[in-house]
Ligand binder design. Structure first.
Ligand SMILES: Cc1cc2nc3c(=O)[nH]c(=O)nc-3n(C[C@H](O)[C@H](O)[C@H](O)COP(=O)(O)OP(=O)(O)OC[C@H]3O[C@@H](n4cnc5c(N)ncnc54)[C@H](O)[C@@H]3O)c2cc1C
Length: 499
């Protein structure tokens, strides 16, 4: 039986469900096609970083996630001894949330379903083709029947081996793995005293993170095994031998529930968009999982794409909007690949490599250096190109941290809570603002800042995108303030054009 929806997402991993939530919230008829009948119980990723947490806060989801995980005020760069200090960053989420990927996926799937996204589990996409008007996705359903779904748009959130990417003939240039490392989730009868451990010696590197009272994630990079192929199974014997060699003890490793080997292949899709087909998450970029960033950047892709696709479906997207997804997110993942390649280069246990590591570690002790790298890993430093058709402003394209606003009726409100419905927010920081409330998809708010903020000094009005970035800001000193605001609103919101 043929089906019709507005958007199809192929792949129900974290990125697919985040995107499905964004689309369903905007009222887009969305379905997710996921090959697995049940979610996998083990977790590749363990952490959510500050920018991802901010995005969850914007949708009112943060508390739910935080209640299932634990906060750590720091991160790491290539397992260097000096930790990245997230606590001093300009964010309401100055920490990493330790939350296994399986939990993140479960919460996002529940959320997407609760908003009305239809989910086909045990369903494998076989082909995705498009003409100028629509996309046809053929998939094998869990009962073996072959079905077709027609949609206005399709998104490949189907991971590194993406069928959608291949079907759209989008190139995936980059480099193959040159090293592999091993991990296990296991019990440790004699765990390290603080639970967490990170150690690099000439014998290799080990990282241990507690997952629950009797489960630990153990990651081992052994210089003697970096050439082992990814598909060679990891054994407990190998891990114990490596741990003893590097740490002097195997910590009583036993009862591993999951073991895996992973590599440093680094690739990025040449284009994130081909007509009506888009790529997001691992389908668009893969790299060595250093610094715990892949899932985070994928969720940030989803947050960038969701409102744009929704606007295109509703017929309110300016012509340039869908292309801006590639223009904004491709450079973000280029940065991700650069920093993970640099981290991989630092995984060098030769004498010279260890000297380089200790020198880098010393440099990280300088607060400004630490802040700079922490900005990259946390993704708080991501800034999009300023709108070229609006007058330059230092805020244009940047993210706004959450802040307290005083409303005219005397009440107060957090900025991020204004973004919960995924609309644009037009924030007027002067009292006699014009009325724009008739514009669909726009929430207009007049407020003053509860705490002075240097970057916002002198600002008359800001248009905040549904993903929390500034579309444009206009200063009160601009001679043609009201006209500029009208132009800016027309540019981002009121153009009705079908793609
Ligand atoms: C060892 C390791 C540790 C990591 N640690 C971290 C970390 O700490 N922090 C972090 O941010 N990231 C980490 N990552 C990366 C992170 O796991 C990935 O970036 C993340 O899983 C990407 O999510 P995704 O939804 O894009 O793709 P996936 O999680 O791969 O999901 C894709 C989904 O698509 C489905 N699918 C595929 N093909 C089809 C098809 N034809 N039809 C239907 N469904 C299909 C798959 O079954 C799957 O469910 C780690 C990765 C590894 C390997």
């Amino acid at each position: 039986m043929a089906m019709n929806v507005e958007a199809v997402i192929i792949g129900g991993g974290p990125v697919g469900f985040m995107l499905a939530s964004e689309l369903a919230m905007a009222g887009v008829k969305t379905c997710v096609i996921e090959r697995l009948e049940k979610p996998v119980p083990h977790s590749k990723a363990l952490t959510l970083h500050p920018r991802t947490l901010e995005l969850l806060e914007m949708r009112g989801l943060l508390e739910r996630f935080v209640s299932k995980g634990s906060k750590i005020p720091s991160g790491h760069f290539s397992m260097l001894d000096t930790r990245l200090d997230f606590s001093g960053l300009d964010t309401s989420c100055p920490y990493t949330l330790l939350l296994p990927q399986a939990k993140t996926e479960q919460l996002l799937e529940e959320h997407a379903r609760s908003l009305g996204a239809e989910v086909f589990r045990g369903a494998e996409a076989l082909s995705v083709t498009q003409n100028g008007a629509e996309v046809q996705t053929i998939f094998k359903d869990r009962d073996g029947s072959v079905r077709t779904v027609t949609s206005q748009f399709a998104v490949g959130a189907d991971g590194a081996g993406s069928t959608v990417r291949k079907q759209a003939r989008i190139e995936f240039p980059g480099t193959d793995s040159t090293i592999t490392a091993a991990l296990a989730d296991a019990a440790l009868l004699s765990p390290p005293p603080s639970g967490v451990m990170s150690l690099c010696t000439k014998e290799g590197g080990v990282m241990i993170v507690p997952l629950s009272p009797n489960q630990y994630r153990i990651v081992v990079v052994s210089p003697y095994r970096t050439q082992t192929q990814k598909d060679v199974p990891v054994t407990e014997e190998e891990l114990k031998a490596d741990l003893i060699r590097i740490c002097g003890t195997d910590f009583g490793l036993t009862e591993s529930s999951w073991k895996s080997r992973f590599g440093n292949a680094a690739r990025q899709a040449k284009r994130y968009r081909d007509g009506r087909i888009f790529l997001a998450g691992d389908a668009a970029h893969i790299h060595f999982p250093a610094g715990g960033q892949g899932l985070n950047v994928g969720l940030q892709d989803a947050m960038n794409l969701g409102w744009k696709l929704a606007a295109a479906v509703k017929g309110t997207a300016p012509l340039w909007l869908l292309d801006s997804y590639h223009e904004e997110r491709h450079p973000a993942a280029e940065g991700l690949l650069r920093n993970t390649e640099a981290q991989t280069k630092l995984i060098d246990f030769s004498q010279a490599g260890l000297h380089l590591r200790s020198m880098m570690s010393e440099l990280l002790a300088f607060p400004e250096v630490n802040r700079y790298i922490a900005g990259q890993i946390s993704a708080l430093d991501v800034r999009y190109e300023a709108d070229p058709d609006m007058p330059p402003h230092c805020l244009n394209g940047s993210r706004l941290p959450d802040m307290e606003l005083n409303l005219p009726d005397g009440s107060s409100e957090r900025l991020y809570s204004l973004l919960q419905n995924g609309t644009f927010v037009l924030l007027s920081l002067i009292q006699e603002a014009d009325d724009h409330s008739r514009i669909k998809g726009l929430r207009t708010v007049t407020a003053s800042l509860a705490e002075p903020d240097g970057k916002l000094r002198g600002v008359h009005t800001i248009l905040i995108r549904p993903d929390g970035h500034v579309a444009w800001a206009v200063d009160a000193s601009a001679p043609d303030c009201a006209d500029l605001i009208q132009t800016g609103l027309r540019r981002w919101l009121s153009v009705t054009s079908r793609v």
